[in-house]
Design a protein around this ligand. Structure first.
Ligand SMILES: Nc1ncnc2c1ncn2[C@@H]1O[C@H](COP(=O)(O)OP(=O)(O)OP(=O)(O)O)[C@@H](O)[C@H]1O
Ligand SMILES: [Mg+2]
Length: 433
């Protein structure tokens, strides 16, 4: 029986007639021969925080979408990256669809950038852009921004999702044919209108988002998708008059404002991508005069934090029922991983007992429903980060102790405190003066 709506003429056509077989001339390559002939070459821009974000450098022909709020610094970053690529011998074309050549040159002058290999042009017609890419011999092309490319073929209006998708498809295909890498800059508005760049995410190899950090001048570059490297890597930058500069020790950026003499504060190491970062967890436990005491948890999962409170109440005798609890993770990061349990519990107990966690201490670990401390991933990396930032007393889950064997010579003065139960830490804090 014919499927409803199918035309008899069409259904009579065999696959052979509809898709005539032909020899494309392309010969499949054996895996081992292919690997020998086409070694994977990474191109480093030399802007350390950028290279880390894209997974140890770029790959020839890679297409990257970079999104972010208006004015966050996308064009600045792209111009700096383009200049570094050009300085390393890669020919780059920077096509601005929003700014005039004079404006581009003004920015380049302010950033003190200059390179023969970097070509600048202000254009927004898709035909003109494709012509340039196809006729040129560029290693990388930047389209800033993809929203302002005028795609004639699209049936809907300028800047619409259809037009955007068509422009991105045409440009990435043209670049792919020439083995030319491409950066597409996309706007994401403050209202969270992801409709533009979000629809492009499947077209490109890598998706980066540029966010503002804790301080006005800090910027965080996050990788959300990467066909050639790990995702969730972050790069931390500071926006200065002379442009974006990498923040050398991101951990110190995350904890630099921590003050001594403050019960309820503890440092932990969380993992973003494959990098450990130190962050500060603060808790404030205060008497409540309300029938339902307020609980606010910022930067960590509400459910996780509620479980920690319940375990402390039921298993450890920390009477939180009549207390308001505020908990906050500092550093502009939301910590999703289980290792935040132990520091959150320590911060709450420290505030409840009004006992300061001694300086030099840091802690990480997952907490079970009976108050047991469970091991977490990347223990060695977390400990190393803490030690290199000057921490001397590291509280770790007992089951993670074996992971530290690889750490040959522990720095002098550093003590590792393995714990199996939260009770041990509560007792320790309780006996402090
Ligand atoms: N003379 C200057 N001194 C210091 N910072 C400046 C100067 N001019 C611009 N900036 C910084 O650069 C930012 C603009 O950067 P940029 O144009 O790269 O952002 P963008 O993300 O490309 O913006 P848009 O979405 O509008 O294209 C400003 O918000 C400002 O912080
Ligand atoms: Mg811009």
């Amino acid at each position: 029986m014919e499927p409803a709506g199918a035309s008899p003429e069409k259904s009579n056509l065999s696959g052979l007639a509809r898709f005539p077989r032909k020899d494309s001339g392309v010969v499949p390559v054996s895996l081992s021969a292919g690997i020998k002939n086409e070694p994977h070459k990474r191109i480093k821009t030399g802007i350390g925080e950028f290279d880390v974000s894209v997974g140890s450098g770029l790959v020839m022909g890679q297409s990257v979408l970079i999104g972010g709020d208006p004015g966050i610094g996308k064009s600045t970053l792209m111009l700096q990256v383009s200049e570094r690529l050009a300085a390393s011998g890669v020919k780059v074309i920077y096509i601005s669809t929003e700014e005039t050549l004079a404006q581009l040159l003004l920015r380049a002058e302010r950033l003190k950038l200059s390179s023969e290999n970097l070509l600048l042009v202000s254009l927004n017609d898709i035909g003109d852009i494709l012509y340039l890419i196809e006729k040129g011999d560029f290693g990388f092309a930047v389209i800033d921004s993809i929203q302002r490319v005028l795609a004639q073929g699209a049936e809907s209006s300028f800047g619409s999702v259809n037009s955007l998708r068509e422009a991105a498809n045409e440009i990435t295909s043209a670049c792919l044919k020439k083995n030319c890498g491409v950066f597409l800059v996309g706007h994401v508005t403050k209202e969270g209108n992801f409709a533009g760049p979000k629809t492009l995410e499947h077209i490109v190899d890598t998706v980066l988002y540029f966010d503002s950090g804790k301080k006005d001048s800090y910027r965080i570059l996050r990788c959300y998708k990467n066909r050639f490297g790990s995702t969730d890597e972050i790069g931390v930058f500071e926006m200065r008059e002379s442009g974006l500069s990498g923040v050398k020790n991101p951990s110190s950026y995350f904890i630099e404002e921590r003050r001594a003499g403050s019960p309820g504060s503890v440092i932990t190491a969380c993992i973003e991508g494959s990098r450990p970062f130190l962050v500060e967890v603060q808790a404030l436990v205060a008497n409540s005069f309300m029938p339902y005491p307020k609980r606010v948890f910022l930067g960590m999962d509400n459910g996780r934090a509620s479980i920690i409170c319940a375990v402390l109440e039921k298993k450890e005798g920390i009477k939180l029922g009549t207390k308001e609890i505020y908990l906050k993770i500092f550093g502009g990061v939301a910590v999703q991983e289980p290792s935040i349990d132990l520091p959150a519990a320590v911060a709450i107990v420290s505030s409840y007992l009004d006992k300061e966690v001694p300086r030099g201490f840091m802690a990480f670990g997952e907490m079970g429903l009976t108050g047991e401390i469970r091991g977490v991933s990347n223990a060695l990396a977390r400990v190393k980060e803490a030690v290199s930032s000057g921490f001397t007393d590291i509280i770790i889950p007992e089951s993670n102790l074996k992971d530290l064997n690889a750490m040959k010579n522990m720095k002098k003065g550093v003590v590792i405190h393995p714990v199996a139960k939260i009770k041990k830490i509560i007792e320790y804090l309780g006996q402090l003066k």
